[in-house]
Design a protein around this ligand. Sequence first.
Ligand code: AHR
Length: 494
Amino acid sequence: MKPTTLSLHTKFQIGQVDPRIFGGFLEHMGRCVYEGVYHSDSAHADENGFRSDSLTALKRLQMTAMRYPGGNFASGYHWMDGIGPKQQRPTVRDLAWQSIEPNQFGTDEYIQLCRSMGWTPMLTANLGTGTPEEARNWVEYCNAPPGTRYADMRAANGSIAPHAVKLWCLGNEMDGPWQLGHVPAGQYAIRAQQAAKMMKDTDRSIELVACGSCTIDMDTYMAWDHEVLDYLGDYTDYVSLHRYVGNHENDTANYLAITNSIDRQIEEMDAVCRFIQAKRRSKKRAYLCFDEWNVWYKNQEMDGEGKFAPHLIEEVYNLEDALVIAGFFHSFLRHADVLKIANIAQIANVIAPILTRGDDLLVQSIFYPFEMFSRRREGVSLQTRVEGPSYESQSYGRVHMIDASAILGESKLHLFLSNRSLDESAEVQIQLTDDEFIGLDNAEILTGSDPKQANSFEQPDQIASIPFDNTHVVPNQATVQLPPLSFVAMTLDL
Ligand code: AHR
């Protein structure tokens, strides 16, 4: 393959990388909460019932905004079921996943977990079967100083200081007919506006995320967003995007080109935000919150059959999936000016980077690209000019063989390079027009011999990042040799 040139200029900046794009999603679904992060029967349970092996692994990802409690679960969840003495909390039926919810993990346990993990709390209010007032009351429970009803409940439950939850979602996927309480756009907009007003009247410092289109495939795509954002006006700070992708046709080259479609989805949603801002002649513009994203297509078990913590959508991830996860991050960095929050869905067991089985824990392939980006996330995203071999994909148009993103840090350049070729290695020549490389600080690679190669409890280290040294750095150029089907993250000193 002919070499690829990657040209960069420190002044050609896209935007500051918002650390919240390294967010996660903890839903009461399957074994995400119970057995995933909270497991009082486990040998790994700490004094609070949290699973220390899962949390030790997740700490490596340095996640930020942690969305909770759903997802579809949120649209039937009444937050007051999950507070107070545990033995007095009700066991209820969760209709979203046909499961049993004992409410042993609720708001206060979640906040405690966020504090211990350094996560930023992000709560999804129930705008499905719940009322705007119930959402407002939750804001008071979490954020008001003691002295009024719900804040006093929190204090009585052990937290005198407010939980200070700044990020709130106005429901979940309300455009989806599968959603409890689903309504057409106009009705959702009224419900969301009523909730938003009361929530912000309770705490003026909170930020709100309105439900945007949850898939690009529905007839309401973009029309929903237009109507909702127009009605909500300045009440919303962000609009949500969701995306689950998969290699449905078993065509790896096509699958790896899906970044074009992710770029496009972000740009289309941003276009609606800009349009509404212009139409309303507003100073305020809604930014983007990609609050569910991942690979999900192999496991479709979504019926909990009336069980507690059933095995639901426990997707097993392979090398090509991990490369697609890297592709999501390339795309997020390319849009750092408009994309402010993103939450990989989910964090444990349910379409997740880690799986538990009894007291064992498995790190899946998709864990690694998240970690490789997250370790090098501080700085400003730079424009990347890629020139080199490309191919025409079946569904997503033409893509370069090399996908790239870059972050300019303090005297450092963080580079992220994917080689989409199935069978050829690629040379990438990196030129920084207005500065010089002093040397390589560190680099790691994720690759394998087969796109379907995956980790298992029996063979846990098939796909893992390892140190990488196939680079040559001189002041005006860094040259990297990437094997086929690989992702490299590196930091160069400037
Ligand atoms: O993440 C799994 C589910 O996918 C979420 O609960 C829902 O919002 C989406 O459809």
